[in-house]
Design a protein around this ligand. Structure first.
Ligand SMILES: [Zn+2]
Length: 295
């Protein structure tokens, strides 16, 4: 069994990292530029953000490859180097994790940015092939598990899982973003995610990004009601962003609030908690403190 599943089945509560995009922007990544660009241009910045999550006490750090498919990067020259991009990104995370050998590296796979037919141009096969290619690079770079995240449509998540499974049988998390209360942008409900993906052998069902900390708790409760046996992952935004004076998104949820809510997610049935957009290393440190203090 893999290290990740061993720890989960032993009953460990695990803390995942915070945001990639918003933290890299604080470090100077221009808004609008994909973080993947820095894998080649500023690898030390990518490594240092990951290292700061490890120092904060995270058990799992994600690669900066949320947009790392050739479809998402179709307007960038990075699209010609998808396998190398993902391999290098995984290696950077691995290097950051090496300061604490128990830390796990999760390969992040986000939406392609294109809708599947009949809503958009993409066939399921084209989507699966793009995720297959990305996964190949991530696995070559040494990830411990894969996280298909911020999904809003069942079909795209299914294609991503198909692509991953063509490459590896490493553990997989499938995580949806509920942007309309407890529904995704496409109207998908937590119970549908459970009934679609548990039978497909997914190891962990999750929710990430989304809206408020309260809505995240409602989603976790719906998951848990639909399948009390499911291993659940909760990685909310630090609240909904407000526009700051310099046109930068400002996230107002404090590290203490994030820690308090993480505890509630555990009570609601989550086994892995972390933060999405707006979550700094300090947010992760407070989650670690809140979650591990009564373990
Ligand atoms: Zn997010």
């Amino acid at each position: 069994m893999t290290r990740f599943l061993e720890r989960i089945h032993r009953g460990d509560l695990l803390v995942a990292d915070g945001a990639t995009g918003t933290n890299l922007q604080r470090m100077g990544l221009p808004p609008g530029l994909p973080p993947e660009v820095w894998v080649f241009e500023r690898p030390e910045a990518i490594r240092s953000l990951a290292a700061s999550f490890v120092e904060a006490g995270a058990d799992i750090i994600l690669t900066c490859t949320f947009g790392g498919t050739r479809l998402r990067l179709r307007e960038s020259t990075l699209a010609e180097n998808i396998i190398e991009l993902n391999r290098r990104a995984a290696e950077l995370a691995r290097q950051a994790a090496s300061q604490r050998p128990a830390v796990l590296v999760a390969g992040s796979l986000g939406p392609t940015g294109l809708l599947l037919k009949p809503y958009g141009p993409l066939t399921p096969e084209e989507a699966a092939a793009a995720y297959q290619e990305q996964t190949k690079g991530l696995v070559e770079g040494g990830v411990d598990l894969l996280v298909i995240e911020t999904m809003f449509a069942l079909e795209e998540a299914r294609a991503a899982l198909e692509g991953v499974r063509r490459v590896t049988d490493l553990p997989v998390v499938v995580s949806f973003s509920y942007d309309r209360g407890t529904r995704t942008m496409m109207g998908v409900k937590p119970s549908q995610v459970i009934s679609t993906f548990l039978p497909l052998g997914v190891d962990v069902i999750g929710a990430n990004c989304g809206t408020t900390l309260e809505n995240m708790e409602a989603v976790i409760r719906e998951y848990h009601t639909a399948a009390p046996e499911a291993i659940l992952w909760a990685k909310p935004n630090a609240g909904l962003p407000e526009m700051g004076p310099d046109n930068q998104a400002v996230y107002k949820v404090t590290p203490e609030e994030m820690g308090a809510f993480a505890k509630q997610y555990i009570e609601a049935g989550a086994r892995i908690v972390g933060g999405c957009c707006g979550s700094t290393p300090q947010h992760v440190a407070d989650i670690v403190q809140a979650v591990k203090s009564n373990e």
